[in-house]
Design a protein around this ligand. Structure first.
Ligand code: ADP
Length: 188
């Protein structure tokens, strides 16, 4: 089974992706994490990624191919959950082409964790007090929400039109959301 999980910043997609990966034995590919690892490596590419993440902007398309898609799919074969990518239409179109090219199965389902922007902001401001993510400050959070609205909402429509979108309410507690996702996947 090949899945994508998308949602606004703070929707809990990283948390759910981890749980779903464990439950179904899938490889968890988090673009945000892979990019942060590149930042930590201290490379020149990492420095540029870090600057963009700090501003809440998208990392260039070529970097996503280099740092996320190419290395992750060397390990993935089939059976993955892609967390946080695609974030703009051309990434979604590229991913379709890429999976065909590598003779991997296409995406079965796309989970969209829906939460209102107000909840995003509250959750991320709360997270800022316990975790040390340079992009969890008010100004950057508002920019990330804006980028999500402008760039990622069309990606959600793209998968909706393909008939593979599962929309999940991201506002209840972690276990309730997980149950909802598992139910919807088994109905599908
Ligand atoms: P969140 O969804 O809460 O913003 P992520 O860890 O998924 O957290 O992403 C953090 C940052 O990493 C984004 O704001 C963006 O700068 C960068 N990023 C992650 N995935 C992508 C992607 N597919 N394309 C471009 N930039 C990305």
């Amino acid at each position: 089974m090949n899945l994508i999980i998308l949602g606004a910043p703070g929707s809990g997609k990283g948390t759910q992706a981890k749980l779903i990966a464990e439950k179904f034995g899938l490889l968890h590919i988090s673009s945000g994490e892979l990019l942060r690892q590149e930042v930590e490596s201290g490379s020149e590419k990492g420095r540029l990624i870090g600057e963009l993440q700090k501003k809440g902007e998208l990392v260039p398309f070529e970097t996503i191919i280099d740092v996320v898609l190419e290395p992750a799919f060397q390990k993935a074969k089939d059976g993955f959950i892609l967390d946080g990518t695609p974030r703009e239409i051309r990434q979604a179109e590229y991913l379709d082409w890429f999976l065909k090219e590598k003779k991997l199965h296409q995406i079965d389902k796309v989970i969209y964790l829906a939460i209102p922007p107000k909840v995003s902001l509250e959750r991320l401001l709360r997270r800022a007090q316990t975790e040390d993510r340079p992009d969890d400050n008010r100004e950057t959070i508002l920019e990330r929400l804006d980028v999500f609205e402008k760039e990622t909402t069309p990606v959600i429509d793209f998968y909706h039109q393909k008939g593979i979108l599962i929309e999940i309410d991201g506002t209840p507690d972690i276990q309730t959301i997980l149950k909802d996702i598992v139910n919807r996947l088994s109905l599908a």
